[in-house]
Write a protein that binds this ligand. Sequence first.
Ligand SMILES: Cc1cc2nc3c(=O)[nH]c(=O)nc-3n(C[C@H](O)[C@H](O)[C@H](O)COP(=O)(O)OP(=O)(O)OC[C@H]3O[C@@H](n4cnc5c(N)ncnc54)[C@H](O)[C@@H]3O)c2cc1C
Length: 317
Amino acid sequence: MTRGSALLADLALPELPPGAIELRQDEPMRRHTTLRLGGPADLWARPADEASLAALLACCDRAGVPVCFVGGGSNLLVRDGGIRGVVINLGRMTRVWQPDPEGAPEQVEVEAGATTGKLLLAATQWQLGGLEFLGGVPGSVGGGLIMNAGTYLGEFTRVVTEVRSRRRDGSAVRRDHAACGFRYRASDLPADEVACAASLRLWPRPRAEIEAEVASLRERRKQREPSGVDNNGSTFTNPPGEFAGRLIEAAGLKGLRIGAAEVSPVHANWLVIRRDVDEPARAADLLALIGRVREAVQAAHGVTLELEVKVVGEAAQ
Ligand SMILES: Cc1cc2nc3c(=O)[nH]c(=O)nc-3n(C[C@H](O)[C@H](O)[C@H](O)COP(=O)(O)OP(=O)(O)OC[C@H]3O[C@@H](n4cnc5c(N)ncnc54)[C@H](O)[C@@H]3O)c2cc1C
């Protein structure tokens, strides 16, 4: 019996309509992270809607099974031993809509499983500005809310008026903007709740202007960011008044490699996985590289770098 099948038997899920929850046992997390790293999740679950999600959460809570939430996996480093318990993904809850297109066209509702790209496209078609900052930021709206994702053009905090989540026991909770506690690449949205949907307030802007600004952001990114490697974008947050990349580069670490993990020679705050080397891609090597970079930057500059990337799961046995 595998871990996944044992857990499924323990969970005793209630009767739900067919297809209400897509379940996969012992699902390799490398399929669901942009780093393409990480051992198996015991159970990978994708509810079709919020009612199925609530039922799944309540069931896990009653059985004392740990749950973890994964969006696009673009800010996640999953260890090689994988994730124990149930990993919940909202990739089937992806609606984006205007509840009152005539009376209040600037109000937009979005489910957390929608990709940031889908949200930006919808806003552009409705000629609503405010989300241009998302150009080139991968992942889901849920992950973007938790991280307060953004670029120099803005962040989620500028447009979010409310976030609706589910607690561990499946009960619903709403938070207005102030209660979300958005700050630089972080929020007060609790780690043990799943963000299900958000209300946004945007503003009228001609489609051509939105498209031009997004195109110039994408072009700027293309010139500065590494390509042809698996990555999570920036590995560390920028310390106040500084750039993590500048500190890492000044410590002479560009190109430093452990196994297939490398400090990108293009952008020093991108710790990436190379696929064109003989060594296998392992989360353990990337974690060792992260440790080395932190030590060297501490020694050279007296600055402790904080991870932007979220590390989850167990080390390999
Ligand atoms: C090429 C590249 C470029 C990037 N550029 C940027 C950038 O310019 N700016 C920026 O801010 N980030 C950037 N990132 C990082 C990443 O895209 C963002 O942090 C993104 O918002 C993460 O969203 P996600 O859905 O992939 O989240 P995940 O990586 O899946 O998860 C991130 C965190 O959110 C939690 N989470 C995810 N969904 C939910 C949910 N519904 N409810 C509760 N918790 C949840 C996870 O448990 C985890 O703690 C980049 C990444 C890559 C690969």
